[in-house]
Design a binder for this molecule. Structure first.
Ligand code: SAM
Length: 220
């Protein structure tokens, strides 16, 4: 009889080793580690690269896009320090992996992806994981998702030349926006906090992301 989804024994050891790599890289938040333990990353990558699913590396997911490196996801999630009560918006669903990690750490997750062809595999993997607190939208995430705003946290998984104004508008008071800002090839991950209508930003370190394409991002 098959076990629960993602529990295949051939991946269990690899997932454990990935968690050790994350811990060695400074990820200590117990809830974040638990989320990585619960979510089967191999379901979110194409079969051709499935044997590499638990390496700490970005992998191709088709349409010129990538599933981000696990240690980058972990850094984003640890930085947010979610309590489980938050409403979170993710821009750039991609494979849906980070979306499901978020579903274990927040109350409600809203996620937007620009490329329609990526939505179906992401939707299927999310369904296979049994996550029920995720809403997906295909469209330009630089416009945000006003219907469910304000958000306690917004995570942008693609690199922008500047902060998209609608995302700041849709951030709750005290809310945090994580976004890679800079050129098309190299960026700095910034955490932007909204207080009293103004914003404060703090640089977390250099990163490399695919471009955020849209009305408030790069032209296509
Ligand atoms: N967190 C994702 C994962 O784990 O698979 C990372 C996906 S990839 C690094 C970034 C994604 O952002 C791509 O799928 C890309 O199509 C998407 N993207 C780029 N511009 C976008 C936009 N304006 N709105 C929504 N998604 C966008």
């Amino acid at each position: 009889m098959a076990g629960p989804v993602g529990s295949e024994p051939q991946y269990r050891g690899a997932r454990r080793r990935l968690i050790e790599v994350l811990q060695a890289a400074g990820i200590h938040d117990v809830a974040v580690i638990r989320a990585f333990d619960l979510v089967p990353r191999h379901l979110f990558v194409p079969t051709g690269v499935r044997h590499r699913a638990y390496e700490d590396s970005a992998l191709p997911i088709g349409n010129g896009q990538t599933i981000s490196q696990p240690s980058i996801h972990a850094t984003y999630l640890q930085e947010l320090g979610l309590t489980g009560r938050e409403r979170v918006l993710e821009i750039g669903t991609g494979s849906g992996y980070q979306t499901v990690l978020l579903s274990h750490l927040a109350d409600q997750v809203f996620s937007i992806e620009r490329i329609g062809a990526l939505m179906e595999p992401a939707r299927e993997a999310i369904r296979a994981c049994g996550a029920r607190n995720i809403s997906l939208l295909q469209g330009d995430g630089t416009l945000g998702w006003a219907a469910y705003a304000p958000y306690d946290a917004i995570l942008v998984s693609a690199a922008a030349p500047k902060v998209p104004a609608p995302l700041v508008e849709q951030l709750a008071e005290g809310g945090r926006l994580l976004i890679p800002l800079g050129g098309r090839d190299e960026q700095v991950l910034q955490v932007i906090t909204k207080r009293g209508g103004a914003t404060e930003s703090r640089a977390l370190g250099p990163v490399r992301f695919v471009p955020l394409i849209g009305a408030h991002g790069w032209p296509s």
